[in-house]
Design a protein around this ligand. Structure first.
Ligand code: CDP
Length: 214
């Protein structure tokens, strides 16, 4: 069983996907982390994340330890991630790992939850359950700002908003695997829903789907 959760930056995919995986006892993969780690690796080597050779080399050399650390959560790394993510060869390099985890989840789990931008469209188009989360850019900037402020009291809302807008534009406009809702995804607008309400709605859909399979 594969559950795909896609949506734009700070739409609440990560929190939701983690909770769903826990509730279902499935494996969980935050695919954004792969792009963030690739972008961070290029930055650490003083490279340009938009440079294909540097980005592909970083993606090819990712190791498990590159996927750890709070530094990956910064907006600077998010921006670098969306630059490496627009390079087709980088996406190709990261695809196998994502598909393998989805189809043969580690630890003998019976399923996997993946969150990202292209899970329902490219990584796992065969996933029987797909969700697409959205919220207005102001609401998303507000949520991300609050998260960042907990770690850095000097965070600036206007800057977070601008970075999200730029990242949305880059993620939606790229030629390869752009941010796009799969035709068979369930759309959830989270503007006026808190995290618990989104979780409840998603679990209700999953149970309905599983019930229909019995
Ligand atoms: O957490 P947030 O929604 O801000 O971003 P993320 O999911 O960690 O993704 C960071 C960046 O990686 C995105 O802006 C995308 O450009 C890229 N990404 C992607 O292209 N495809 C995915 N499946 C996941 C992330």
């Amino acid at each position: 069983m594969i559950i795909a959760i896609d949506g734009p930056a700070a739409s609440g995919k990560g929190t939701l996907a983690r909770r769903v995986a826990e509730a279902m006892d499935y494996a969980y993969l935050d695919t954004g982390l792969l792009y963030r780690a690739t972008g961070a690796k290029v930055l650490a080597e003083n490279g340009d994340p938009a440079d294909e050779a540097a980005a592909v080399a970083a993606a090819e050399n990712l190791s498990a330890s590159d996927l750890e650390g709070e530094a990956l959560r910064s907006e600077e790394v998010g921006t670098a991630a969306s630059k490496v993510a627009a390079i087709p060869r980088v996406r190709e390099v990261l695809l196998d790992f994502q598909r393998t985890l989805a189809t043969t989840p580690p630890g003998g789990k019976r399923g996997a939850v993946l969150d990202g931008r292209d899970i329902g469209t490219v990584v796992c188009p065969e996933a029987p359950i797909k969700f697409y989360l959205t919220a207005s850019v102001e609401e998303r900037a507000n949520r991300r700002f609050k998260q960042l402020q907990e770690k850095n009291p000097a965070a600036i809302y206007e800057r977070v908003l601008k970075e999200l807008e730029e990242r949305d534009a880059r993620d939606s406009a790229r030629d390869v695997a752009p941010l796009k809702m799969a035709d068979d995804a369930i759309h959830i607008d989270t503007d006026r829903l808190n995290a618990n309400a989104v979780f409840d709605a998603v679990m209700a859909h999953i149970h309905t789907h599983m019930g229909a399979d019995d």
